[in-house]
Design a protein around this ligand. Structure first.
Ligand code: DQA
Length: 296
């Protein structure tokens, strides 16, 4: 690992009561005990951790926003927010920092209301039901995110993710397009950012799995390079390329097209290409395919 990796540990509502609260479910450890365990293990792995607990959704959202550029990963136990906070899900989707969702209890073995996580689709993964070890396993997972790290005891744990450095590189293209309201830098960058975010959210793309992004603009858009929007999102180490689309008569005006090359285990049929606003007309067939997944 190059440099010291920094992770944010986020505990959501009521986790300040660990050790007192429903001990038969959450165990006897206090939050301080849990943070001490995480810090000890992180130290062994050469990782710095910052631990925070909050009972407030807004505070958790602010901490997630602040993680961009500061942390390489988030270990997040959203508590009861897991089951309904779209605001927290959106916050995680808005940053490029990978997050692992953790739970002390096995949320799938409990009441029906806990069996759904709105956070999981935007998380790198989820670990549920292993008590404090849920956090430690998340720590190992994030430690191995971009290195050849193996957890203590040696290899063979299967922590090696099929990532950019894996021999099982599997690159696929995700297409998208959107039209800008006018040939104005602000409009071009806002439209590009909206398109990239939607592609990332719909396909659960993590920044480190993006091999490259190719943009093209119709000739009537020249007030800004769309790549600037990607740089502003923190995609500083992703190769980006901008070009001019051929000026076909009658083509959709002010159109920004994107081809995102992503390392993914998704099958071609699972990929969600994204056509927004006026550009939706370019691929009306996608809507029809989504309505009829059998493909007939
Ligand atoms: C929890 C599970 C949630 O359903 C619950 O609301 C919590 C804790 C867990 O760690 O098991 O507060 O996230």
């Amino acid at each position: 690992m190059i440099g010291k990796k920094k992770l944010l540990i986020l505990h959501g509502p009521n986790l300040n009561l660990l050790g007192k609260r429903e001990k038969e479910i959450y165990g006897i450890y206090t939050l301080e005990d849990l943070d001490a365990m995480i810090r000890r293990e992180a130290e062994k792995l050469g990782i710095t951790v910052d631990c925070h607990q909050s009972n407030h959704e807004g505070t958790l959202i602010d901490l997630i926003h602040g993680a961009e550029g500061k942390y390489e990963g988030i270990i997040f136990n959203p508590g009861a927010f897991t089951h309904y906070s779209i605001a927290l899900r959106d916050a995680l989707a808005a940053v490029s920092v990978p997050a692992v969702e953790v739970h002390l209890s096995n949320i799938y073995a409990r009441e029906e209301l806990r069996r759904r996580s709105v956070i999981a689709p935007v998380a790198r993964g989820q670990i549920s039901g292993l008590g404090p070890r849920s956090y430690l396993l998340a720590l190992y997972a994030l430690a191995s995110e971009d290195s050849s790290f193996c957890p203590p005891g040696g290899g063979g744990y299967g922590f090696e993710r099929a990532g950019a450095r894996s021999p099982e590189l599997n690159v696929r293209g995700i297409r998208g397009a959107i039209d800008a309201a006018s040939n104005d830098e602000g409009e071009i960058l806002a439209a590009t950012a909206e398109l990239l975010r939607q592609i990332v959210t719909d396909n659960a793309v993590a920044k480190e799995n993006v091999a490259a992004v190719i943009f093209s603009l119709t000739p009537d858009l020249n007030a800004a390079f769309p790549a600037k929007a990607a740089r502003r999102m923190g995609w500083t180490d992703v190769p980006l390329f901008c070009s001019v689309e051929i000026g076909v008569t009658g083509a959709l005006p002010r159109c920004i097209r994107v081809l995102m090359l992503v390392n993914t285990s998704m099958k071609p049929r699972e990929i969600k290409h994204v056509y927004l606003k006026g550009a939706a007309v370019l691929r009306e067939d996608l809507e029809a395919a989504a309505a009829d997944p059998s493909g007939v």
